[in-house]
Design a protein around this ligand. Structure first.
Ligand SMILES: Nc1ncnc2c1ncn2[C@@H]1O[C@H](COP(=O)(O)OP(=O)(O)OP(=O)(O)O)[C@@H](O)[C@H]1O
Ligand SMILES: [Mg+2]
Length: 258
């Protein structure tokens, strides 16, 4: 049985993904890995809101997803970014199908806190059947982070958390957070391997901050018996060399040094 790998590609890096990145993906597909992708899109949503002159409200440094903001977010995530990504994969010789978490009942969510965040969901249930069907047929599902409530209302979901939930539902062997840095950095050096305990410490002393916090928290949440390794890797270079993944490995325990 083929192994499954889930990639989360940050909005920060989608438009700068290197040819090596796609070649590495192709290599994995040729080795028989089943691949699924979840993507972000923050910067493109911000640009479109500016163009359309839609006012945005910030709560604790986070943009509140009002109904007009959600309309734009869905248009950008499910439309321009999702199809851009699909086209890039096809251009590099891979078969891809763009969907969102609303399709096939993939991501079912509840309001996280409507007063505080607006139309933002907390994922309640994941139904991976549609994604599995696509992967079995040789397609890479490219998933925009949107969800529906039981009443079919659309909610935006954090892409890091969506990727973690999808990896769990698919019993993925690996989850890769693709971003604009080489991995988790400390004093200008990349940390090659880190445990949840060390992550907690680095968050509290500020080594891990900003957008890296939801990412490492989603990574830790994804660690299960099946998903035993989550990685943070760069999308602007190569993440695979001679069958070895390059970046920061997040594991429950440190690897035994032989
Ligand atoms: N210790 C750390 N090591 C590496 N990056 C860190 C660290 N602490 C904070 N960061 C920040 O985290 C950023 C990556 O998270 P960010 O949320 O910006 O990207 P993304 O999730 O890939 O994209 P998006 O959120 O737009 O979808 C890095 O660019 C860096 O500024
Ligand atoms: Mg982010």
């Amino acid at each position: 049985m083929g192994k499954t790998i889930v990639f989360k590609c940050g909005g920060s890096v989608i438009r700068e993904l290197s040819d090596e990145f796609f070649e590495n993906m192709k290599e994995l597909a040729e080795e028989g890995w089943k691949i699924a992708v979840v993507h972000g899109g923050g910067p493109d949503i911000t640009n479109m809101l500016k163009k359309l002159k839609i006012e945005t409200e910030f709560v604790n440094g986070q943009r509140k997803t009002t109904k007009p903001v959600l309309e734009v977010a869905e248009m950008v995530l499910s439309g321009s970014i999702n199809k851009f990504f699909v086209a890039e994969l096809v251009k590099h010789g891979l078969s891809a199908v763009g969907v969102s978490g609303k399709d096939g009942g993939l991501l079912v969510a509840d309001y996280l806190n409507e007063n505080q965040y607006g139309q933002v969901g907390r994922i309640k249930k994941v139904n991976g059947r549609m994604v599995e069907t696509l992967m079995e047929q040789g397609f890479i599902p490219v998933i925009a982070p949107l969800s529906m409530t039981e009443n079919c209302e659309t909610l935006n979901v954090n892409a890091d958390l969506a990727a973690s939930a999808v990896a769990g539902a698919l019993n993925a062997d690996k989850l890769m957070f693709v971003t604009d840095v080489k991995g988790i950095m400390k004093d200008e050096n990349m940390i090659s391997s880190i445990t949840p305990e060390e992550i907690k410490r680095y968050i509290s002393d500020g080594v891990i901050h900003g957008g890296m916090i939801p990412k490492v928290n989603s990574a830790v949440a994804a660690l299960t018996d099946q998903v035993d390794e989550v990685m943070i890797v760069s999308g602007t270079g190569s993440f695979l060399a001679k069958h070895t993944f390059i970046g920061t490995k997040i594991r429950k325990q440190k690897e035994a040094v032989s």
